[in-house]
Design a protein around this ligand. Structure first.
Ligand code: ADP
Ligand code: MG
Length: 529
């Protein structure tokens, strides 16, 4: 039973108690408000100039691309105007070598190529028509403006935004490291590569995935309730929420619609508590951080998101493998196992390599409640080349993964709970749901992730079990695509106003007003049919 005991000792280090949750919430509120007061704090609290959220009646066909960390998605979205949409999409993994390419151009050329492939595959007629048109029309880029696809660019890295389709990269996260791109306008980088391929596409809007998720959830969510928070639990983690303008004490440059009294704030909560005032810090967290490309930053993200959870589990497992006093994935156990074979870790197993364990196996471990863990053991073989693990081995692996996953869910509740408290909605005297949209493989696929969040929320002072009942967390499926389309729609509306003589600078940063204004017009201003 040495293995079981040692597993218990290690998993105890990942316990994150109700008291820890409450301490975390207080510090999260403090750092949130600090970020609303000044620049240069751990949580950036970036004003997005989005001053409201959609209501489900918006219409049109748009392109959207999403660079989120692990995958690059290209999609076209038809917003039907009745809270529904149709979506066609393709997805490709970002080649690892491009994440640390020498120049930004290499990465963005790859992205433009994927857009070209998508158009050829899914919008061929349109693509052909425009390729021919190009030769006959003499506008600078060869296309009549109204025939361009408007594209919403979901770019989920910290960006200083200067306008609806203009923003410079502040820093890379999630394993990307292309110094050449820092300080450059990412929309211009993409547009340049699109133009090299002569595609009929205009990068119309720059969108953070959290804002996209918030917009998409608000478009699709049931009833009239508007959404408070859009949150991502995928490769990375981050959230954007609706804040009262009066709480934003640092200067917000440029113009925006003040009529709603609200503005969406991109928290960049992945950097919550980089100073480690309250975050748990096991030896495994320390080692992960030390070996990462960005030591000392994104410290919350490194304990919560998909990119890192598998690595934490891996570091624990490696530690256990090296411990001579216990036997994990070794012959001793396999003499009892039902496969009648010898447990071996294949020479090509990635378990000893950094990033060698994908978080998805944690979901499989959590879901496998069979007595023999046959599914988990199969995955240990196929994913990690760990052959003929015993039930005891599988149980130990499952417990480690669960401890790491559960801590992540409870930390997620810290962020969500703090934002619910900050909104003041719990004391608004109604029993309306407080709506939260979430997206990302972790929250979507990890069994009971949302239940574990709810459980932790109910332990928060000021929320409790009554408050928790009002908090409705819904998956914003394809959130970033639909959200990007919604913001591209706003941008198209803004361009249109500009051509009929409105003062663009006056409406430049005003998103909501245009979402609302675009509702009756969009049917006719649909860019491509
Ligand atoms: P992105 O962040 O690029 O938008 P995703 O939301 O799909 O992409 O998140 C990808 C991350 O989620 C990866 O780090 C991957 O390891 C992790 N992941 C993928 N599938 C699962 C799963 N079933 N359970 C837990 N984590 C997963
Ligand atoms: Mg994503």
């Amino acid at each position: 039973m040495a293995l079981a005991q040692e597993t218990k000792r290690i998993t105890a280090q990942f316990e994150y108690t109700d008291e820890d949750v409450n301490t975390g919430v207080q510090e999260f509120l403090r750092q949130m408000n600090e970020g609303l007061q000044k620049d240069g704090t751990s949580m950036s609290q970036i004003p997005t100039y989005v001053t409201g959220v959609p209501n489900g009646t918006e219409k049109g066909l748009y392109l959207a691309v999403d660079l989120g960390g692990t995958n690059f998605r290209v999609c076209s979205i038809h917003l039907n105007g009745d809270t529904t949409f149709n979506l066609t999409y393709s997805k490709v993994a970002i080649p690892k070598e491009l994440m640390t390419a020498k120049t930004a151009q290499e990465l963005f050329a790859f992205l433009a190529k994927q857009i070209e492939l998508f158009l050829k595959t899914h919008h061929e007629e349109h693509f052909e028509a425009h390729t021919q048109r190009r030769q006959t029309i003499s506008t600078p880029d060869g296309f009549a403006d109204e025939h361009l696809f408007r594209l919403g660019f979901t770019f989920s890295f910290p960006v200083q935004q200067f306008g609806i389709n203009k923003g410079t990269l502040i820093r890379w996260t999630k394993g990307f490291d292309i110094p050449d791109a820092i300080g450059k306008d990412v929309c211009a980088l993409l547009q340049d590569e699109i133009e090299k391929l002569h595609l009929p596409v205009k990068v119309a809007a720059l969108v953070n995935d959290t804002v996209g998720t918030l917009m998409a959830r608000s478009y699709t969510s049931p009833g009239n309730t508007s959404t408070l928070l859009g949150a991502i639990f995928g490769t990375g983690t981050n959230g954007a929420y609706v804040e009262k303008v009066t709480n934003i004490l640092k200067p917000v440059e440029g113009q925006y619609d003040k009529s709603t009294g609200n503005m969406v704030i991109n928290t960049e909560w992945g950097s919550f508590d980089n100073q480690l005032n309250v975050l748990p810090n096991t030896s495994y967290d320390i080692e992960l951080d030390k070996m990462s490309v960005n030591p000392g930053i994104q410290m919350f993200e490194k304990r919560v998101s998909g990119m890192f959870l598998g690595e934490i589990v891996r570091l624990v497992i490696v530690d256990m493998l090296k411990n001579p006093n216990i036997s994990l994935f070794r012959d001793e156990n396999s003499s009892f196992n039902d496969w009648q074979s010898t447990t071996t870790i294949g020479g090509d197993s990635t378990i000893m390599r950094q990033w060698g364990l994908d978080s998805s196996i944690m979901s499989i471990a959590a879901a496998d409640n069979t007595p023999e863990f046959s599914t988990l053991r199969q995955q240990l073989e196929s994913q990690l080349h760990i052959y003929a693990a015993s039930s005891e081995d599988a149980q130990a692996f499952k417990n480690v993964a669960y401890a790491v996953g559960r801590r992540a869910a409870r930390l997620s509740a810290v962020a969500i709970g703090a934002i619910v408290l900050q909104s003041g909605l719990l004391s608004d005297g109604t029993d309306e749901p407080i709506d939260i949209g979430v997206d990302g493989s972790l929250v979507e696929h990890y069994p009971y992730f949302r239940d574990m969040i709810h459980e932790a929320l109910s332990a928060i002072k000021g929320i409790g079990s009554e408050g928790t009942k009002r908090i409705r967390i819904g998956i914003a499926k394809d959130g970033s695509g639909v959200g990007a389309a919604l913001i591209a729609l706003v941008a198209a509306g803004m361009e249109k106003h500009n051509t009929v003589g409105h003062n663009l600078s006056a409406i430049k940063n005003d998103i909501t007003q245009k979402v609302m204004a675009a509702i009756p017009e969009t049917g006719s201003s649909t860019t491509v049919v």
